[in-house]
Design a protein around this ligand. Structure first.
Ligand SMILES: Cc1ncc(COP(=O)(O)O)c(C=O)c1O
Length: 382
């Protein structure tokens, strides 16, 4: 069968390799503690589950792409409480099926090859979806490295003029997967300024904004001029709702108008019962505080043993991830393999891009008791 050359060029998700290695070690009878994938395993709050069940009888017909007004209002109100911004639920919000599909398709709305606006800028190490989406939109992808010495922020001053001229979309993701780094408001202000100067959309993937430890991270929504800003967020990590598939884009009304024009063709609005459960989730902070406290306890357990064993934990200010430098800055795959042989599954940093080499990522998803067992293993293995 003839396939799109873009599809043919996609490499397999590196986590498939990790799964194979895990199976091999588990077959030898080694019990694994799995810090590999970032899929929260905590149960979704009961009240959210009940809201979904209660909404089942109400559901009928196709959900409209613009989403339920109640959900748009809940999202706008949450943005107001959380970031102190005034969002119009009618014109500046659209619900999405989690954020992944919206991140993947977004470049299709913007890339203009004939007009010479055909560059999508991404950062690496990073979540691969913005880059993959850009490839399918036939954009040229420019990848900016996130380096420790630069606080895991891209060096915007090093980007050449031609890239800015051709840029149509610039993706950033803070709190960052995989480094756990956060970005200051000055960084978003600088990028929003560049977006106005060079006419591109600043897309800020804020899926981890609610998993913080010391101070709540800022949002790109807080910049003075939001004219070219689109923020993507989701209930997946905040409320452990990956399976529900519920997120949103909040942005300038021109961006939301474009999404309203595009999304009915793709058929991507969350089911009505998911939207109604999402209203309950965005309106409640108590379960999010409990979620954060749980990650904080797991984080403290791991930080303690890793630091005592002389490993350098860097970034890692927020998110569910610890970004850990390999001993002596060696390559990440052999170190991850050594840990795997002892029953500890981590993701090699190189899986997330070349600049991830020399680090491994712990996703703090195993239960607390399992994290305690991991501490004991690491005491001996490191
Ligand atoms: C950086 C980042 N953005 C977005 C997502 C998408 O999450 P979801 O589609 O569940 O909202 C993920 C998921 O792992 C992620 O790591």
């Amino acid at each position: 069968m003839r396939l799109s050359p873009i599809l043919e060029r996609q490499t397999t998700y590196p986590f498939v390799r990790l799964d194979e290695a895990k199976r091999r070690v588990a077959a030898r009878g080694v019990e694994l503690v799995d810090f590999g994938m970032g899929d929260p395993r905590e149960p979704t709050d009961r009240r959210i589950q009940q809201a979904l069940a209660a909404a089942l009888p109400l559901t009928g017909g196709y959900p409209r792409a613009v989403g339920l007004p109640e959900l748009r209002q809940a999202v706008a109100a949450w943005c107001g409480r959380r970031f102190g911004v005034d969002i119009d639920p009618e014109r500046e919000v659209i619900p999405t099926l989690g954020s992944k599909e919206a991140i993947f398709t977004f470049a299709q709305l913007l890339v203009d090859r004939e007009g010479g606006k055909d560059v999508v800028v991404v950062t690496e190490p990073g979540y691969p979806v913005p880059e993959r989406g850009a490839a399918f939109a036939q954009a040229e992808v420019v990848s900016l490295p996130l380096r420790e010495e630069h606080g895991f922020l891209p060096d915007l001053e090093a980007v050449d003029g031609d890239t800015w001229r051709r840029a149509v979309l610039v993706w950033v993701n803070y709190p960052n997967n995989p480094t756990g780094a956060t970005a200051p408001l000055t960084f978003y202000e600088r990028l929003a300024g560049l977006a106005a100067e060079h006419d591109f959309v600043l897309a800020s993937d804020e899926a981890y904004s609610e998993l913080w430890f010391d101070e709540p991270p800022v949002s790109a929504l807080q910049v003075r001029d939001r004219a070219r800003v689109a923020v993507f967020n989701s209930l997946s990590k905040r409320s452990s709702m990956t399976g529900y598939r519920s997120g949103f884009v909040v942005g300038h009304e021109d961006v939301i108008d474009a999404l309203r024009a595009f999304r009915p063709s793709a058929g991507t609005a969350p089911q009505e019962f998911v939207q109604r459960a999402s209203v309950v989730a965005w309106e409640d902070e108590e379960h999010v505080e409990r979620n954060r406290a749980l990650y904080a306890r797991k984080r403290a357990l791991l930080l303690d043993v890793l630091e005592r064993k002389g490993l350098r934990v860097t970034g890692s200010e927020a998110t569910m991830y610890l970004w850990v430098a390999t001993p002596d800055g060696g390559p990440s795959e052999p170190f991850a393999e050594r840990l795997l042989e002892n029953g500890i599954v981590v993701a090699p940093g190189s899986y997330f891009g070349a600049a991830g080499e020399g680090y491994v990522r712990f996703a703090l998803v195993p239960a607390e008791a399992e994290c305690r067992r991991a501490v004991e293993i690491l005491e001996d293995a490191l």
